[in-house]
Design a protein around this ligand. Structure first.
Ligand SMILES: *[C@@H]1O[C@H](CO)[C@@H](O)[C@H](O)[C@H]1NC(C)=O
Ligand SMILES: *[C@@H]1O[C@H](CO)[C@@H](O)[C@H](O)[C@H]1NC(C)=O
Ligand SMILES: [Zn+2]
Ligand SMILES: [Zn+2]
Length: 172
């Protein structure tokens, strides 16, 4: 009983930490895929979202993520999916960049790379977040767009994914 309640509290805290939108935003509206690249809603988590990052009301930290992307994307508005912007196609979603991010993290954290594909995935996640969220420093938690996570998992798959561990992302 106690363990189950503790697990529920932990889940609730994670849900709160991963919120992206203002409380007035309907999560189903936010999840509505407008880019054509997101996985089916049934296979997503409740607070997954699509390009709605650019059109709906955001919490402060996620507005930082949006503003950083707007600054960094090279062809905003030209592609229905952000992942087709050169920022992603030519940089973040490349093996060279993901690998370099993974190896730098491994060196800084002292954590050996045991699962190469997982290290590349998290390397790519960090490249997405780092330039925009750096000021939040350690322990920052922000959910990334569903289509981006899907693409990363297609590039560097694993047999199973242990969810999305935000502590794996940034806790050094
Ligand atoms: C790792 O990703 C590569 C493609 O980038 C894939 O060919 C390989 O099967 C993946 N390894 C595992 C263990 O899934
Ligand atoms: C898959 O998940 C199981 C159970 O959570 C775990 O024991 C196993 O190591 C995982 N396999 C991979 C390849 O990560
Ligand atoms: Zn989408
Ligand atoms: Zn997309």
């Amino acid at each position: 009983e106690g363990a189950r309640a503790a697990a529920r509290r932990m889940r609730e805290r994670e849900e709160r930490e991963q919120r992206v939108f203002a409380s007035t935003v309907d999560l189903e509206r936010a999840a509505l895929c407008e880019c054509g690249c997101c996985p089916p809603r049934a296979s997503q988590e409740q607070s997954d979202y699509c390009a709605s990052l650019f059109s709906l009301d955001l919490l402060h930290k996620s507005s930082r993520l949006r503003d950083g992307l707007l600054m960094k994307m090279k062809e905003f508005g030209r592609h229905s999916c952000i992942c087709d912007d050169p920022l992603f196609k030519d940089y973040i979603l490349t093996e060279a960049a993901a690998r370099s991010s993974a190896e730098t993290f491994s060196m800084m954290s002292g954590e050996e790379i045991t699962d190469q594909n997982k290290s590349y995935r998290y390397g790519a996640y960090r490249l997405f977040v780092a330039p925009t969220m750096a000021n939040y420093g350690k322990g920052v938690r922000v959910r990334l767009p569903a289509c981006f996570v899907k693409k990363v998992r297609e590039l560097w798959p694993s047999n199973n994914y242990t969810g999305f561990s935000y502590s794996d992302l940034f806790d050094m």
